[in-house]
Design a protein around this ligand. Structure first.
Ligand SMILES: *[C@@H]1O[C@H](CO)[C@@H](O)[C@H](O)[C@H]1NC(C)=O
Ligand SMILES: *[C@@H]1O[C@H](CO)[C@@H](O)[C@H](O)[C@H]1NC(C)=O
Ligand SMILES: *[C@@H]1O[C@H](CO)[C@@H](O)[C@H](O)[C@H]1NC(C)=O
Ligand SMILES: *[C@@H]1O[C@H](CO)[C@@H](O)[C@H](O)[C@H]1NC(C)=O
Ligand SMILES: *[C@@H]1O[C@H](CO)[C@@H](O)[C@H](O)[C@H]1NC(C)=O
Ligand SMILES: *[C@@H]1O[C@H](CO)[C@@H](O)[C@H](O)[C@H]1NC(C)=O
Length: 311
């Protein structure tokens, strides 16, 4: 008898929901009507087919990417109600070859996800400086070469998320020459082979930056004090590099920090007692495998949100 009641209850909820789901069906019908009347343009198809041509292994895409059909039906492609291509989502499809710059000319493209394939050669500048793209994820590929900045005269671009992690990118990181990236929220460049000093002008170039992951690279030199001016920054991961020197005093000015992680570098110095306690939002602090000396600051006990601590 005890089990009867929940059963009846859930049936009641189901009945109550019925009018909402029939409304949903009507909406769906309206939406499919709209997609009958609008389809992607010849120009969009041409851009996508150029991308297909650049692939030496297409993971079976060619079966649905047929010129004679509306590209809303193509595998990995999403369009809006006007038939404009908004998403190219082709993660883990076994793709090989290069990324055609023509994807940058899809005028309504918002999200490009090519994560976890075997794509090689570089990241076309046309994608980073696109007038429409908000998120690019090309992580876990074999892309290489240097990352090129965007001229400082470039008008503001909509890009919010750029994940180039786990590739073979190398060379210096071009932060001081990124113009127009005022909306960038997350930059993930971890697990590449970037060298040189950490750029000092991250938060001048990217004033909206919340997530910065530069771990697993070959950055050397000290932590730039300018990172302290990253007022929005919540996640900073720079572990597994060759950084040296001390933690700059200014870093505690980045008071939004929740996740601060510098393990496996050559950092040193004494952590002053009042220092870390200024970062009151810290949830994770990882300073392990460095050369810090002195006592563990007592004030760490005042960090009310702290959940993980590694020395
Ligand atoms: C696709 O079809 C259009 C119109 O029939 C044609 O102009 C265009 O050349 C075709 N593109 C390719 C890549 O075959
Ligand atoms: C890209 O797709 C992968 C696999 O589905 C997913 O884990 C990842 O979060 C996506 N990237 C973005 C930026 O949404
Ligand atoms: C790439 O990084 C972005 C931003 O940190 C994240 O949203 C996305 O999930 C990551 N992709 C994968 C495959 O982990
Ligand atoms: C960066 O991307 C990697 C995948 O390569 C992912 O494991 C990691 O969580 C991402 N970092 C952040 C801060 O999102
Ligand atoms: C770095 O990238 C390689 C190659 O994609 C991958 O096998 C490895 O797991 C990644 N390491 C980390 C720490 O993300
Ligand atoms: C940043 O930190 C330094 C050293 O702790 C301090 O002197 C300076 O006033 C701070 N700047 C801002 C803008 O808060």
């Amino acid at each position: 008898m005890k089990t009867m009641q929940p059963l009846q209850l859930s049936r009641m909820r189901y009945d109550r929901k019925l009018p909402i789901s029939s409304l949903g069906i009507v909406l769906l019908m309206l939406m499919s009507l709209a997609s009958i009347t609008s389809s992607c343009t010849e120009q969009e198809k041409a851009s996508l087919l150029k991308f297909l041509t650049g692939l030496s292994q297409d993971g079976g895409l060619a079966a649905s990417w047929q010129n004679g059909t509306d590209c809303i039906t193509w595998e990995g492609i999403t369009c809006n109600m006007d038939g404009t291509v908004t998403d190219v989502l082709l993660a883990s499809k076994g793709l090989q070859g290069y990324i055609s710059p023509t994807l940058g000319s899809l005028a309504g493209l918002l999200r490009l996800n090519l994560s976890n394939n075997m794509l090689s050669s570089g990241l076309p500048q046309e994608l980073v400086s696109s007038n429409s793209i908000v998120a690019i994820d090309i992580s876990f590929n074999r892309l290489d070469g240097e990352l090129h900045g965007v001229p400082s005269s470039t008008p503001v671009r909509p890009l919010k998320v750029l994940n180039i992690s786990s590739n073979l990118f190398a060379g210096q990181f071009p932060s001081s020459t990124w113009g127009g990236m005022k909306h960038l929220v997350a930059l993930n460049a971890s697990n590449n082979s970037f060298t040189g000093q950490l750029p000092t002008h991250f938060c001048t170039s990217f004033p909206s930056l919340v997530v910065l992951d530069l771990s697993y690279n070959r950055f050397r030199g000290s932590i730039p004090p300018e990172l302290g001016s990253c007022s929005m920054l919540r996640v900073l991961k720079v572990g597994h590099n060759n950084l040296s020197g001390t933690l700059p005093d200014e870093l505690v000015n980045a008071t939004s920090l929740e996740f601060l992680s510098f393990p496996r570098n050559g950092l040193q110095g004494i952590l002053q007692d009042t220092y870390i306690a200024k970062l009151t939002f810290l949830v994770t602090l990882d300073l392990g495998e460095n050369n810090f000396s002195g006592n563990i600051p007592e004030s760490i006990g005042h960090l009310k949100r702290l959940e993980e601590l590694y020395f």
